[in-house]
Design a binder for this molecule. Structure first.
Ligand SMILES: NC(=O)c1ccc[n+]([C@@H]2O[C@H](COP(=O)([O-])OP(=O)(O)OC[C@H]3O[C@@H](n4cnc5c(N)ncnc54)[C@H](O)[C@@H]3O)[C@@H](O)[C@H]2O)c1
Length: 290
């Protein structure tokens, strides 16, 4: 699906990578101010979302792309280079623990974001902003400089070995999610520094427990306040959030919308937790050291 060329003569676009539950919600918000380019590996899902948003009156186009494939990311960047530029980039694509392989998990949830950044960086216009969707789980890894150092260079030929060495073992796919999302936080910091001189901002956003399609099927088994990984139902875990409930996708989307807007024009290079106070509670009980 490549009809992006049809409106590349217009305004700078909002690029939403990953158009599942949260990505579609974010697209609806950003699409009120910018023409949309939606990206997903799932051609059928992408087609449905694009058609639905078109029907609602949005200016929207779809690009099928596997973000783990550098050549496909490069081709996406080349197509966007033919247009007026990218005003907003929301990186939402991810998979849950059912992917099985820890390397595949890290490739999709982290390295793919770096490949997209490299492919579209030159197309980000001054005043533009990137929001990389991370997770509260990014605060779970131990605070070790070797881990941060490995995550700073995901395109290194020995990246996976360096990361496993820094961790001390090869994590399973569920634990690898935490490291992939920590990588996303680090990437936002790096992009803020790389792109800042051109007037482009970058932040990561870490949702806590959010009721979304991915959470219902793939939800991470977050630790309890006593530090155990006791298997509790999602509803019981939600009671440990200071606000006493899960958040909604709209409560994430509203913050993304703000972060992308000019109202956040001096906000760059940090991670924003949107978690009902969950991280604060974890820190208070010593579950996390970050
Ligand atoms: N729901 C929660 O509780 C929660 C909490 C923290 C973080 N998050 C994060 O929110 C984000 C979105 O969650 P969601 O519920 O919308 O997920 P979702 O599963 O509905 O959507 C993810 C999308 O990513 C796409 N995708 C997967 N692999 C891809 C690839 N290789 N190339 C391109 N696209 C690919 C999928 O096809 C899918 O459309 C994720 O980054 C997730 O980690 C969610």
């Amino acid at each position: 699906m490549t009809d992006t060329a049809s409106f590349l003569a217009g305004e700078p676009v909002a690029l939403v990578v990953g158009c599942g539950g949260l990505g579609s919600s974010i697209a609806r918000a950003l699409g009120r101010r910018h023409p949309l380019v939606l990206v997903d590996v799932d051609d059928a899902r992408l087609g449905e979302v694009v058609e639905g948003l078109n029907y609602e009156g949005y200016t929207v186009s779809g690009e099928t792309c596997d973000i783990t494939d550098a050549a496909q990311c490069h081709a996406l960047g080349k197509r966007l280079a033919g247009g007026p530029g990218v005003r907003a980039w929301a990186q939402v694509a991810a998979v849950g623990k059912s992917i099985g392989s820890w390397r595949k998990m890290v490739e999709i949830d982290f390295i793919g974001a770096r490949l997209i950044a490299d492919a579209i960086g030159r197309q980000m216009v001054p005043g533009g902003a990137a929001v990389l969707i991370s997770s509260l789980a990014s605060y779970l890894p131990p605070n070790k400089s070797e881990i941060d150092a490995a995550l700073r260079d995901p395109l290194h030929a020995d990246f996976f070995d360096r990361l496993a060495n820094a961790i001390g073992y090869e994590p399973d796919a569920e634990e690898a999610y935490n490291y992939a999302k920590l990588g996303i936080n680090r990437l936002a910091e790096q992009l803020a520094v790389e792109w800042g001189p051109r007037g482009v901002r970058a932040v990561s956003l870490s949702p806590g427990m959010i009721d979304s399609p991915m959470a219902r099927t793939e939800g991470a088994d977050l630790p309890s306040h006593d530090g155990t990984n006791a298997r509790k139902s999602r509803a019981d875990k939600a009671k440990e959030v200071p606000l006493g409930r899960q958040g909604s996708m709209l409560e994430i989307t509203n913050v993304v919308d703000f972060l992308i807007s000019d109202a956040a024009s001096f906000l760059s290079g940090i991670d924003i937790t949107v978690d009902g106070g969950h991280r604060a509670a974890w820190r208070g009980t010593g579950v996390i050291s970050r």
